[in-house]
Design a protein. Structure first.
Length: 329
């Protein structure tokens, strides 16, 4: 081989290695990812939340739920935000029919596009909005490294098959969490988000009126609690509109009350009750209840950070959608 050719090969190989190094570096989430490309990005998000969340504190729970549902389908890529065009998007799946906050996220995206066009991903907006809205209502803070990119594929079947629902049993919960690289500790801690927010009767009415072919009412549900709901809230199996607090009396406080209710068999959903059916998760719940709120916050933060990294698209993968609700934007 001639010297010149050998030199060119060496240069090419070196360039390839360097390119790989840079791509590897670019493909990592990092704190303050937008420090140079859009320095005010995170402030714009937090300012918008501070301005509006106090007028609608109940929105914090739907926004953290949106982050959860996004990450469980194709990873945290903002695909849950994509509007349906043929009734076949994630938003059309049963677990997502009661999601709220899409317009709120879109308004934040509009502000960011005005500041830094085609720079901040919808996936990062969801992750940051979930954290900042919980903090604004007095809940825990957790690190949100950024650099996620958006997906363009959103399928109803994938949401139906991957997102744990309120009627999920323990096996289903364990399998669907494990599929995302999340363990039983994450399952228990992330379920703790049920300490804030509300749900509809339709999410639990079968526990009251149509639990099985042989039993009308779920025997794992505290009978006094069930009677109270029947008398004052969910008065029929077909009630799809009445609202229930997931953590009665404490639904706006991010605290340990949810776990105490679960131990008293007063968790609203079957998926809440399911956490007591396994000795390992039951022990975790008891440890949380017997511990401090500060300890819970710290552990919850770690699981949120872990979930926020699930199958993220970074670097050259994915896109930056200019409208969160439109796949090709």
């Amino acid at each position: 081989m001639k010297t010149t050719n050998r030199f060119n090969v060496i240069v090419a190989v070196a360039a390839t290695i360097l390119m790989g190094m840079f791509e590897s570096s670019d493909a990592q989430l990092q704190m303050n990812f937008y420090a140079k490309s859009c320095p005010n990005a995170e402030k714009i998000i937090s300012d918008h939340i501070q301005k509006h969340i106090h007028n609608g504190p109940s929105l914090a729970a739907p926004l953290i739920r949106m982050h959860f549902h996004d990450c469980f389908v194709r990873g945290c890529d903002g695909s849950v935000l994509i509007n349906s065009t043929s009734g076949n998007a994630e938003r059309d799946a049963p677990p997502n029919l009661t999601l709220r906050g899409f317009g709120f996220v879109e308004r934040i995206k509009t502000l960011l596009e005005a500041e830094c066009p085609k720079t901040v991903s919808c996936a990062d907006i969801i992750a940051l909005t979930a954290r900042d809205s919980v903090v604004a209502t007095g809940g825990p803070w957790w690190s949100v490294p950024t650099g996620r990119r958006d997906g363009r594929i959103s399928k109803l079947a994938e949401a139906t098959n991957n997102i744990p629902g309120p009627t999920s049993n323990f096996t289903t919960l364990q399998q669907r969490f494990a599929k995302q690289g999340l363990n039983l500790k994450d399952l228990v801690l992330l379920s703790g988000a049920h300490t804030i927010g509300v749900s509809h009767c339709s999410s639990m009415s079968e526990r009251l009126y149509n639990f099985s072919t042989t039993v009308k009412q779920d025997p794992s549900l505290d009978s006094e609690y069930a009677a109270n709901i029947k008398a004052n809230k969910c008065k029929s199996l077909t009630d799809n509109t009445t609202i229930l607090e997931m953590d009665p009396g404490s639904s706006r406080s991010f605290d340990l009350s949810y776990y105490r209710l679960v131990l008293k068999r007063r968790g609203l959903f079957q998926s809440d009750s399911a956490l007591t059916k396994n000795s390992a998760t039951l022990k975790m719940i008891n440890d949380l209840v017997n511990g401090s709120e500060k300890k819970f916050y710290k552990a919850f933060a770690k699981s949120m950070e872990k979930m926020g990294r699930v199958k993220v698209k970074t670097g050259s993968a994915g896109v930056i959608r200019t409208r969160c609700s439109v796949a090709r934007s």
